[in-house]
Design a protein around this ligand. Structure first.
Ligand code: DCP
Ligand code: MG
Length: 470
């Protein structure tokens, strides 16, 4: 392991909800819940103000409404989140060529590889400056963890939340991890946590004391070794910018087209198992399951489904592949079938043991992003809550709610004062859907960038420079 805290982990705070608050002045400082608003919708995320009421990601929306009846409930705007994510990732790439995104709002950066930091002061300064730059460019806050390994950097950013920076000094890792819950470690979800607790292990120290053999006995070989190494704070995984292997897939072409639907299903299961064997062989797991079908007439289609976290569990891959197959018409016969997994990671971030045991850590998670618009009633379909609109007279606003033939719009923009609400008929010709406005007006974005915070000479200038931008 390196001896300077030069691995940075960034995680944006309450990402979707913060974007909504930045874009809607009337929601700043308020409870905001983003997710599917239909009957089976789940919470994608909640603002910190809404978390006070116990609302959290992956919770059924109905439960969230009971806990926080006065919160604003909004349908996600993925296009906007993606464009903000790109802005943030671009700032990370200024720090190093080695940037490893884990999701839209989260990434590792190897500061040392980028020549941006080489010791504690320079790493801290890079983190402080990054947070200031993100704020200037997007108006949003992100939390930063700095450590000598990926595992600790991620734990540090979690500790830093919200809106903070935590640096773990090399050499202090074990003392810091020791008293923490085993659940802090990557891959230890509720099921593994329970399993270990029944064996009398609740803290990382107890995990280390149990010893490698005992852990292998408890959770199996691969996970046991990994768990023991993590308990000792050993993590040598490098930050990888772009994975050499982008996906793992297997396919079969059949001499004679398969017509029998049951047989097609069985083939898909077999291919899913083979694909997982390859995946595991390479020590990988992945988030996106891809099904490929070439039909009798050579028309080829692919269908994919993205899980909340990476998996290497054959049952999970099999299930996803057969769900995908359900949406494909194979009546004319099938010539080729393939199953693949992409979005690769080198360990499962969800609950390793839960997946192995067939218990889904988070059964609702995949639904989080399942086109909530489609779940809405017809009158609302046109005016999803939270989406932007434009009125010929009143200008730019967003849909606060709709129903019974009416739509309520709040007229405000990211840089205006909180705006007024007006109600229209859903078919009002003066009202139309609009694109989101930039969160920070074009001229201002980056204007406040901490340009004069120098990385050169960081060792002596840190205190002052950090103070300047905070
Ligand atoms: N997300 C989702 N479904 C989930 C979890 C998250 O759609 N089950 C989305 C919404 C989040 C974004 O991904 O805003 C980032 O996820 P995080 O886990 O980083 O959560 P937040 O950024 O919302 O909050 P935090 O401040 O805890 O990072
Ligand atoms: Mg986040």
């Amino acid at each position: 392991m390196r001896n300077a805290p030069t691995i940075l982990h960034l995680d944006m705070d309450a990402f979707f909800a913060s974007v909504e608050q930045a874009s809607k002045p009337s929601l700043r400082g308020k409870a905001v819940v983003v997710g599917g608003l239909g009957p089976r919708g789940v919470v994608a995320t909640a603002s910190y103000e809404a978390r006070v009421f116990g609302v959290h990601s992956a919770m059924p929306m109905a439960q969230a409404r009971r806990l926080a009846p006065n919160a604003a409930y909004l349908v996600p705007r993925f296009g906007l989140y993606r464009s903000i994510s790109e802005q943030v990732m671009a700032l990370l790439r200024e720090l190093s060529p080695l940037v490893e995104p884990l999701s839209l709002d989260e990434a590792f950066v190897d500061l040392e590889a980028g020549g941006t930091a080489w010791d504690e002061p320079s790493a801290r300064l890079a983190g402080v400056k990054l947070r200031a730059d993100i704020r200037a460019a997007t108006g949003l806050t992100g939390s930063v963890g700095l450590a000598a390994s990926k595992m600790l950097a991620k734990i540090a950013s979690e500790e830093a939340k919200p809106d903070g920076l935590v640096l773990i000094e090399p050499g202090t890792e074990r003392a810091l991890l020791g008293p923490m819950s085993v659940r802090t470690l990557p891959g230890v979800g509720p099921a593994t946590g329970d399993h270990l607790r029944r064996a009398g292990i609740t803290t990382v120290d107890e995990l280390a004391e149990a010893g490698e053999d005992e852990l292998v006995r408890l959770v199996g070989k691969a996970h046991g070794h990994a768990l023991y190494a993590m308990a000792l704070a050993q993590d040598e995984r490098p930050v990888v910018a772009e994975r050499e292997t982008k996906s793992v897939s297997v396919e079969d072409t059949y001499d004679v087209d398969i017509h029998d639907r049951i047989r097609v299903g069985l083939e898909v299961q077999r291919l899913a198992d083979r694909c997982v064997r390859r995946l595991r062989g390479a020590g990988l797991s992945g988030r996106t399951i891809v099904l490929k079908v070439r039909r009798y007439d050579f028309s080829t289609l692919t269908r994919s489904e993205t899980l909340r976290g990476p998996t290497d569990d054959p049952a999970v891959v099999r299930e996803a592949a057969s769900r995908l197959l359900d949406s494909v018409d194979t009546t004319g016969g099938v010539r080729l079938l393939g199953v693949g997994v992409s979005g690769l990671a080198d360990y499962t971030q969800e609950d390793l043991f839960a997946q192995a045991a067939g218990v889904r850590a988070d059964p609702a998670a995949e639904e989080t992003v399942a086109e909530p618009v489609a779940e809405e009633t017809p009158a609302e379909r046109h005016w999803p809550s939270g989406h932007d609109v434009r009125h010929t007279e009143y200008g730019h606003g967003w849909v606060q709610g709709s129903g019974l033939g009416r739509v309520t719009v709040r007229f405000e923009t990211p840089d205006s004062e909180p705006g007024r609400v007006r109600t229209f008929r859903v078919d009002d010709p003066d009202l139309e859907r609009a694109d989101p406005l930039p969160l920070v007006p074009a001229g201002e974005a980056g204007g406040e960038r901490a340009a004069d915070v120098r990385l050169e000479g960081a060792a002596n200038g840190v205190g002052a420079a950090a103070g300047d931008v905070e």
